[in-house]
Ligand binder design. Structure first.
Ligand code: ZN
Length: 366
């Protein structure tokens, strides 16, 4: 509630003081100061740099609170302040290199695209997304965390066996040192066509998670081999049913082409004489579309829960139901997830069914 309140205050200030307009003016002065020629593309780059900096800074207090107070209190946080600052700087630098470049290309496309610019913009968004999904894990994620190949052993052999049994084109198998960041655990796969990689968090795998607290072996967090396999069977269910691709296609709904031309939109945000493309995009996507975005995200959440059940059924069809149930309970416990939710709250907020729903679903007769 506090976070929502904070964000409402921020956007109200943004609208009330016509900040988008003033930042646009600032970026003009900025270009003049460094005696750049004044054109819309360059001004867009400056504008995005300034707005990205503002949002990186305004997001900081809540992020600090979450990491060092909330997560810390429950024993999840493993970040030192130095690690946190480095992380923040890295992602900030990455943002102000990537986002302005992409925005400039988008603006250029709108300018030369004519009446059907949104078709080209959609294509551009699609290509960019696929591009980043390809390079993210190899070039971007390693800037933040250490990825090492999973060592040879029982777990590796069995995972390779599982992948082979369902013809999953496993190309690489990584262990990521998530324990430097937090004790939350996870596993995922990524990659295209015949280049799939699986990533396991070290916090997920009992044998590789080095906790500083010397507990009895029974108390150790993480899952044993069969349970990790059951979780992977679930993840591979997402692959088998093409869930990622389907979700990307559905998310690509864009229809702002016609709204975009209305001068009233620009006037409302303080622009009387000019209609910068980037402002049109921001205003439409962020403000005009916000009811539409809420409805879309609700529908996507319904779809995502459906996919989770489908992936669970896939794991069950591989005979992993028993271990998947054990693993889900263990993960719930390790991550301190609360198991009981009001159905209404849950159906609005949760992309995954609750633990109890999943256990019940796994128990159901086929
Ligand atoms: Zn899933």
């Amino acid at each position: 509630m506090f976070q929502d309140f904070y964000n409402v205050i921020l956007s109200s200030v943004l609208i009330w003081y016509l900040l988008i307009f003033h930042i646009w003016e600032c970026s003009h002065d900025f270009l003049m100061y460094f005696s750049f020629e004044n054109n819309e593309i360059l001004q867009t780059a400056a504008f995005i740099c300034i707005t990205s900096t503002i949002s990186a800074v305004t997001a900081l207090p809540l992020s600090i609170y979450k990491t060092f107070i909330l997560e810390e209190k429950h024993g999840f946080n493993k970040q030192t302040p130095v690690f946190f600052v480095k992380d923040w700087l890295k992602s900030y630098l990455l943002t102000i290199v990537i986002v302005p470049s992409l925005s400039c290309i988008a603006v250029y496309i709108v300018k030369i695209g004519g009446d059907y610019f949104f078709v080209y913009l959609w294509l551009f968004a699609m290509v960019t997304m696929l591009f980043f999904m390809t390079v993210y894990a190899d070039y971007i994620a390693p800037l933040f965390d250490t990825y090492t190949p999973l060592p040879d052993g029982d777990l590796r052999t069995k995972i390779e066996g599982l992948a082979a049994s369902i013809k999953f084109p496993l190309y690489k198998l990584y262990l990521v040192e998530g324990s430097k960041r937090s004790v939350h655990s996870n596993a995922y796969f990524y990659g295209f066509f015949n280049n799939k990689r699986i990533v396991l968090f070290d916090t997920l795998v009992k044998d590789y998670y080095k906790s500083e607290e010397k507990n009895d072996n029974d108390d150790k967090k993480g899952c044993d081999t069969e349970e990790v396999l059951a979780i992977l069977a679930h993840e591979l269910g997402h692959w088998k049913h093409n869930h990622v691709l389907k979700q990307i296609l559905i998310m690509q709904f864009c229809a702002f082409g016609f709204l975009f031309q209305y001068p009233q939109l620009y006037q409302a945000f303080g622009f009387v004489n000019e209609k910068p493309v980037i402002v049109g995009l921001i205003v439409v996507l962020q403000f005009i579309f916000s009811p539409y975005n809420s409805v879309m995200s609700f529908l996507l959440i319904i779809l995502s829960r459906k996919y989770e059940f489908q992936a669970d059924r896939f794991a069950k069809s591989l005979g992993k139901a028993k271990f998947l149930k054990k693993a889900l309970i263990k993960l719930g416990k390790d991550n301190l997830s609360f198991p009981v939710y009001d159905w209404l709250y849950s159906s609005w907020h949760h992309s995954h069914p609750t633990l109890l729903q999943r256990l019940k679903h796994l128990d159901k007769e086929d």
